[in-house]
Design a protein around this ligand. Structure first.
Ligand code: ATP
Length: 880
């Protein structure tokens, strides 16, 4: 049978829907229909799947049924959160008039476009971190990029000029932005990188900054930053369509004014996210977070992302921590007061959006009422450190008083149903309330008087929403009712409900008063809200001061709990002395008793510590310990040690752990080399480099050669403080040649054939590789271990006198001015004929073949047996 021609059954509603949907092609359109938000067509099919909703159809009897699914309006936020969390956008389309009063189609409009970067309604746990929307524009003429970000919930707005895509990736990763707004100036390569790391890229070409928001850009450093902020503000306006009076004036910031730490290092050092669980637990943030407010928690995270470089600023924070540490009772009072401070930043945001309710205002009032108490606590400190903070604490008393006089202590959620404004606040409202009260009183008395008149003892006066007030009489008593006065309202199985003209009149009065008073309450509420809006900037300033106090007290608590000490900060990059330092997180997890503290000492004569020791002995822990100590100190916190003298580092470079490359999908070894390259190129003598077993990702010789040359390069050209751990024992010989390199090792002893880790860092190189012992600890079968021991001794025997070792010949200097002089020097092999990769001595063809085989061999892909066979083959070739 021929299929019927499809007749597009476009109802007026679907025409309206389509017209709106066309404006939001990349968003789910939530179309309000009565008590539901409906999705249609493709949105419905995809939405039903993502939100686990039942997919139905509209016009299912027609030839052109329309897929449809919906969510109830009261639960819409959950569904929005799910979609936005998955990286989608949701356009909320509301009915703009009362359907009962509308003539023809109900007018509908999109009132907000919710996107991953603009979602402000997040759960309480996520309120502890910011949700940043970012924007990027490029200037191809000078290869600079303008970058900006805003948190729409708190109003924070910042801008920076970035030099390259590395800077950009570091910024977006450390801000954990979910969405970036760009225009056509941004290159496809960059867009590709951003998409690969899972950031939603939103395009916005046209820029229109409303006159009333242009002041937000005053004071920015340059045009490119202004362009970026303009793009950001345009996008916010386009999507939010609501007041943004709480956005703070944009501030330029300079990423290089803070301790630079690329995102790999942040990731590897587990500053805010546990690598295994992806959670906060087990991270430095987890250890440091004893904040009492969500604002404090967010600020702590920002401080962790951006440790300071200025000695004065670092010491200022540390000195405040010291005071709070010493004044135990005052600190504990301060904490008690902070607990009752709600999220002022977000409350200010909600005031601006116009979606605060009575409960929010009560939270605001409660928070403001804490300020005088906090001031009092600070006042009792007999030291000058907090004078500045004390002075800047503004209790915004006018707002607190206004809320106190207007809003009842326990207001309802709704702001339109009344019962949120106090008595004696407004005369008119009091009159309505009297009318309601009198009416209700009259009705309460009615039951008694009606019973008396009729003689019916179980006569009842009551109220329901559909029928209003009524007099109820059971059927058996109906005959007792006098004729004429009672009008029947409703019949039940064993009773009848009536009204009387007086009751109707009273009811009318009560309902009218109720309606009018609710409307008046709403007006009074919005007036109050506007008044609070005028204080937004003061509230934001207050929020800043309180969150700073919160982070400082958190540092004091942590310092007390984990026995941290105030480090002595020096400008001298060459003096680093940590006595009995600890890795605070490992110590917390394993318990204080089991952790072995260690010194880290680097004087002007030592820029590199080469760390050897068996697997699992604690090499990486030792390195991470130093990084965390430096970060904690430069955040303004105390550090885990008996005492510490620390230089101020400008950057930390790490190569620890096997990070996957999120951006380009490169191999682990490639990432390792790229990270090492970053350090080699960009580190200064004020930087800290931590290299954990560099080179282990490739064949042994290859890896060792690279490791050695990296060490030499850093030693000769970079002079950054460097910790380098390695399994290549041969590299310990470098100490003889590199004046600034010192060997240390993590001790382990053999007891009855078992390996016992001491976790103690000692001077000098480790003397033995303990690989097989570690394999034993890992529980490998006895037979396998015995075989490994056999192979090891055979290999040692066969290679006697031919051990691989570090090449200790003079290094070719890479500096241009030294090149000529260096060219004179002969490249020699080691005197004792060590098997060296780097020798260029001429050899006979047979040996050359063996050498080539050896050079190109990928040791990591071979089993010990393969190696035995190969060595055997080579020996035959060489005529042994
Ligand atoms: N100072 C210490 N005191 C007590 N235990 C420690 C200490 N340092 C490390 N450990 C323990 O030893 C374990 C291994 O440490 P770590 O990973 O630093 O060893 P490693 O030498 O780097 O090992 P690998 O060479 O296999 O990477 C840690 O998980 C911790 O439990």
């Amino acid at each position: 049978m021929a299929k019927k021609e499809k007749t597009p059954s476009q109802t007026p509603m679907m025409v309206q829907y389509q017209k709106i949907k066309d404006q939001y092609p990349d968003a789910f359109l939530f179309y309000r229909l009565g008590d539901f938000y409906e999705m249609f067509n493709e949105d419905a099919i995809k939405g039903a799947q993502l939100l686990e909703l039942t997919l139905t159809t509209r016009n299912h009897n027609s030839d052109n049924p329309i897929p449809m699914c919906g969510v109830p309006h009261h639960a819409v936020q959950n569904y929005i959160d799910i979609l936005v969390d998955k990286g989608y956008k949701v356009a909320i389309c509301e009915q703009m008039e009362d359907p009962k009063l509308a003539k023809g189609m109900v007018k509908r409009e999109v009132i907000q476009l919710i996107t991953p970067g603009t979602n402000t309604e997040v759960g309480s746990e996520s309120a502890k971190s910011n949700n940043y929307l970012t924007a990027l524009v490029a200037d191809t003429s000078n290869h600079k990029m303008g970058f900006s970000y805003a948190d729409i919930a708190t109003g924070e707005l910042k801008a920076a000029t970035l030099a390259d895509s590395n800077d950009l990736i570091n910024e977006v990763m450390s801000l954990k932005t979910k969405e970036i707004v760009v225009n056509s100036t941004v290159s496809a390569t960059i867009l590709d990188q951003l998409t690969k790391i899972g950031i939603l890229v939103s395009h916005q070409e046209e820029v229109t900054v409303k006159a009333e928001t242009s002041y937000l850009m005053q004071g920015l450093e340059n045009k490119i930053q202004e362009k970026s902020v303009s793009l950001l503000l345009t996008y916010i306006n386009v999507t939010q369509k609501r007041s943004l009076a709480h956005l703070q004036r944009a501030v330029s910031y300079e990423p290089s004014r803070y301790l630079k730490l690329d995102h790999y290092s942040q990731y590897n050092l587990e500053l805010t996210q546990n690598i295994r669980t992806k959670k906060k637990s087990g991270t430095l943030l987890w250890l440091l977070d004893e904040t009492k407010t969500a604002m404090g928690a967010r600020l702590l995270k920002r401080w962790l992302d951006r440790p300071l470089l200025s000695k004065a600023a670092i010491e200022d924070r540390q000195n405040k921590v010291k005071v709070l540490l010493e004044y135990y009772f005052e600190r504990s009072n301060l904490q008690d007061e902070l607990v009752s401070v709600y999220d002022l930043e977000r409350l200010a945001g909600r005031v601006a959006f116009g979606n605060v309710n009575g409960r929010d205002l009560i939270q605001l009032k409660t928070s403001l009422q804490q300020v005088p108490k906090i001031k009092h606590v600070l006042d009792t400190l007999e030291t000058p450190e907090f004078d500045e903070i004390l002075k800047s604490l503004d209790p915004v008393e006018d707002v607190a008083v206004a809320i106190e006089s207007a809003i009842v202590d326990e207001p309802p959620m709704s702001v339109t149903d009344g019962n949120l404004i106090k008595d004696n606040y407004n005369d008119q409202l009091d009159q309505y309330r009297d009318a309601m009260q009198n009416g209700k009183q009259w009705i309460a008395e009615l039951q008694a008087s009606e019973r008396k008149i009729t003689g019916i003892n179980n006569l009842k006066v009551a109220y329901n929403r559909v029928f209003g007030y009524y007099i109820e009489v059971t059927k058996v008593n109906l005959s007792k009712l006098p004729e004429g006065r009672y009008e029947r309202k409703q019949t039940l199985t064993n009773a009848e409900r009536f009204s009387t003209p007086e009751l109707k009149e009273r009811e009318q009065l009560i309902l009218e008063a109720q309606e009018k008073s609710a409307a008046l309450e709403y007006t009074l509420f919005t007036d109050l809200r506007e008044k609070v809006k005028l204080a937004i900037q003061r509230l934001q300033k207050l929020a800043q001061v309180i969150s700073t106090l919160d982070v400082l007290q958190s540092f004091a608590v942590v310092s007390e709990n984990y026995r941290l000490v105030q480090p002595q900060m020096t400008q001298n990059a060459h003096d680093l002395q940590i006595v009995q330092g600890r890795h605070p997180v490992v110590e917390k997890v394993m318990g204080r008793q089991s952790y072995v503290p260690n010194d880290i000492r680097m004087d002007p004569q030592t820029s590199i510590l080469l760390i050897t020791g068996p697997n699992m002995s604690g090499k990486s822990t030792y390195m991470r310990q130093l990084a965390l100590t430096v970060i904690m100190a430069q955040m303004g916190c105390f550090v885990p040690a008996e005492s510490a003298k620390l230089p101020i580092f400008d950057q930390i470079f790490t190569r620890i752990g096997a990070a996957d490359d999120l951006i380009s999908g490169q191999s682990t070894f490639m990432v390792e080399m790229q990270e090492a390259n970053q350090a080699v190129l960009h580190a200064t003598q004020n930087s800290l480099i931590l290299f954990d077993e560099i080179g282990r990702g490739t064949a042994t010789y290859d890896g060792m050669a690279l490791a050695q040359s990296i060490i030499e390069y850093v030693h000769d050209h970079v002079h950054a403080k460097t910790l380098f751990s390695t399994h290549y024992h041969e590299l310990t010989a470098l100490e003889d040649n590199l004046s600034e390199l010192r060997n240390v090792h993590v001790g382990a002893v053999e007891k009855n054939g078992e390996l016992v880790f001491l976790h103690q860092v000692e001077n000098g190189p480790a003397d033995k590789s303990y690989g097989i012992h570690v394999a034993k600890l890992a529980g490998m079968p006895e037979e396998l271990l015995n075989r490994a021991s056999d192979i090891l001794s055979r290999l040692e025997e066969e290679n006697q006198g031919k051990t691989i070792s570090a090449v200790t010949e003079p290094r070719k200097q890479l500096k241009i001015n030294e090149e000529a002089q260096e060219a004179e020097k002969p490249t020699t092999v080691n005197e004792d004929e060590q098997l060296s990769l780097f020798s260029e001595k001429s050899v006979d063809p047979k040996s050359e073949k063996v050498l080539t085989d050896l050079k190109t061999l990928n040791l990591m892909s071979l089993t010990p047996m393969d190696v035995m066979n190969l060595v055997n083959k080579w020996q035959q070739k060489l005529g042994k």
